[in-house]
Design a protein. Structure first.
Length: 287
């Protein structure tokens, strides 16, 4: 559903002001009741998590005050943990979740892994991602997922009676699938936004974990990803149905790869807000 030829162009990660964040914490009005959450104070912490492969740097968010909330593991896109994904973590926590956003490339470099703007059209910029992406393997992701969910479950703010959600953007989509396969009894919902390589011929294809999972899946596909490989969504839908998993696979017409990520050249605010509201609906229903 996407590859290296389809990308989000120039990424400039603007700092989101407190006022803007307050506005962002209200999802698209009128879509669903689940999308309407007023801003609440959120605790933000930079944390380190021991994994079998080292020490991962990550950002942790949860609502202020006493209480326990469902946990969510948020996998960022190919440029990894940076301000825009920190804002996503805050926004989700404000809706009543304990959210962990890890650095995909902790084995190689601490976040942020890219300084300043990043342009996918620039070969020099793309070359920077090579050694970083090579550090993310299916087997390593499985180990990371187990460690990250154990970390979330160890937080006093996490409601361990509730299932865990996981969401991924671009290359984070397959990582969310693998999370559900690595800890199948904990994950209750999986969301992929313009995720690539969810169904491939490789023996490590993310779709192969589906039969052992117990989650509900929401896969939102970019319009240009779908046009490049129209059959991909049907294959994935077939695999989800064969595994008897509740699912929805939808192409967002007119929304390009990367449409949900603020600061990217293809960011589409109305479509991004619609996707956000649908994410909250999923978590409210499945966690």
């Amino acid at each position: 559903m996407c590859d290296d030829d389809i990308h989000q162009g120039l990424i400039e990660d603007p700092t989101v002001s407190r006022r803007t964040f307050g506005l962002m914490t209200v999802a698209a009005a009128g879509l669903t009741a689940a999308s309407a959450h007023a801003a609440v104070p959120v605790v933000e912490k930079d944390v380190e998590i021991k994994t079998p492969d080292g020490v991962a740097d990550a950002a942790l968010y949860y609502p202020e005050g006493k209480g326990a909330w469902p946990a969510v593991l948020l996998w960022p896109d190919v440029v990894s943990l940076r301000p825009v994904f920190r804002e996503m973590g805050k926004r989700l926590a404000a809706s009543g979740y304990v959210v962990l956003v890890p650095n995909l490339y902790y084995r190689v470099k601490k976040a942020p892994v890219v300084d300043g703007a990043f342009n996918f059209a620039n070969p020099d910029d793309r070359a920077k991602l090579g050694p970083l992406r090579a550090s993310v393997t299916p087997e390593g992701t499985d180990r990371d997922a187990v460690a990250y969910l154990a970390f979330l479950d160890a937080q006093p703010q996490t409601d361990k009676k509730k299932k865990v959600g996981t969401q991924g953007y671009c290359m984070g989509g397959p990582l969310a699938f693998r999370t559900a396969g690595a800890v199948p009894n904990r994950v209750g919902a999986v969301a992929s936004f313009h995720g690539g390589g969810l169904f491939t011929d490789a023996p490590t294809s993310p779709h192969l974990v589906l039969p052992k999972t117990h989650a509900e899946y929401m896969v939102l596909v970019a319009d240009n990803d779908d046009k490049q490989d129209p059959a991909a969504k049907e294959k994935l839908k077939g695999a989800l149905d064969a595994a008897k998993l509740k699912n929805r696979v939808e192409v967002y017409e007119g929304a390009a790869h990367g449409w949900t990520v603020k600061g990217s050249q293809v960011y589409n605010e109305p479509a991004a807000e619609k996707a956000w509201a649908e994410l909250l609906d999923l978590y409210k229903r499945a966690l």
